[in-house]
Design a protein around this ligand. Sequence first.
Ligand code: UD1
Ligand code: UDP
Length: 358
Amino acid sequence: MKISIVLGTRPEIIKMAPIIHELKARGMDFEVVHTDQHYDKNMSNIFFEELELPMPDINLQIGSGTQAEQVAGTMLGLEKHFMKTRPDVVLVQGDTNAVLGGAIAAVKMGIKVGHVEAGLRSYDNRMPEEHNRRMTDHISAMLFAPTQRSADILENENVWGQIHVTGNTVIDSIVRYLPKAKTEIPSQLGIDKFILLTAHRAENVDNPQALSDLVSVMEKCPLPVVYPIHPRTRKNLDNFNLMSRVNASDNIHLVDPVGYFEFMALEKECSLVISDSGGIQEEVTAPGIKKPIVIIRDNTERPEAVESGFAKIAGTNPDNVLNFVNEVLASDKDLTGRTPFGDGTAGKQIVGILEGFK
Ligand code: UD1
Ligand code: UDP
């Protein structure tokens, strides 16, 4: 059986890594296709290097663009590529445009699709990720749900593929790479306690008022804020003339996006995370990290992080976000040492299922 791993963005590289390592360990036939949705060194190549992954067999060079350009470009590029390599199974992970493009290209060519991280739902139809994950789930032959809740969602939606509960590969990656976590950023900045913040969702950073609200939160946070800033957000801070406010605040420390080892160390060392990221909601629940997170969104497709006590959904109103931040920092409630997202063997389980798939 030949497996094609299609990935395009930072989190897909991190979450596919355990599967790629397991495919290699079992000597299975696979290729890695990079759509290049993320292409800056610190959004892409750094992760192949740090995670010791084989470089992609092909790079489709899709790059940035509109939703249609990214999805359709991925489909066209993959169709051409799959005509040559003829994989039996295409694996995609998560909910990006690379995922939807990969899944459609494959199913239209009669190639089985395996969806890693299936069954997540925010029920927020504004989000491109919600379109992508819903459509991908419904054309996949194998659905690897991270939790029983995700599997139940898929059952209730009557998807036609086989559903398997495996945990999330993000926990495998934390377990494997956490011993390499290291950062000098806090000491270089001369700060001790700090809040780690990330934001890149369209609904938070593409709208001038929403982005200005985010700057207000950072200005008023009770601890210094370290923000490894996504290129999308940096561009918008410039476009909306908000960078001068950021530069004028002693509380805000923007840094370029960092590698995985450095980011894990920041997660480990911070007092609290504020984020709209999906993967970070999962990572903070890993026993080696165990950090509270204030989610700057109105909803989450990862309610397990809320139910297990790690996450609070604060919305985006600055006063509400700051209230949540202060409440969490003042709380002396211990977080559980158990993550709801699996036991760190998701990659092995997924490859085991693939091996037996007919
Ligand atoms: C994408 C995914 C999102 C995921 C995120 C992970 C979709 C619809 N969105 O969002 O689900 O959470 O990746 O980080 O697939 N840019 C660069 N350099 C890069 C990559 C992007 O400068 O290497 C800039 C470009 O201006 C680009 C913008 O960031 O237009 C947005 O990039 P894009 O990949 O379209 O969306 P993300 O916000 O990264
Ligand atoms: N991450 C990283 N460097 C950074 C920011 C994030 O290595 O500067 C990692 C983080 O550890 C997590 C993943 O990137 O594994 C999350 O990616 P992102 O928030 O961009 O995407 P999402 O998970 O929301 O799709």
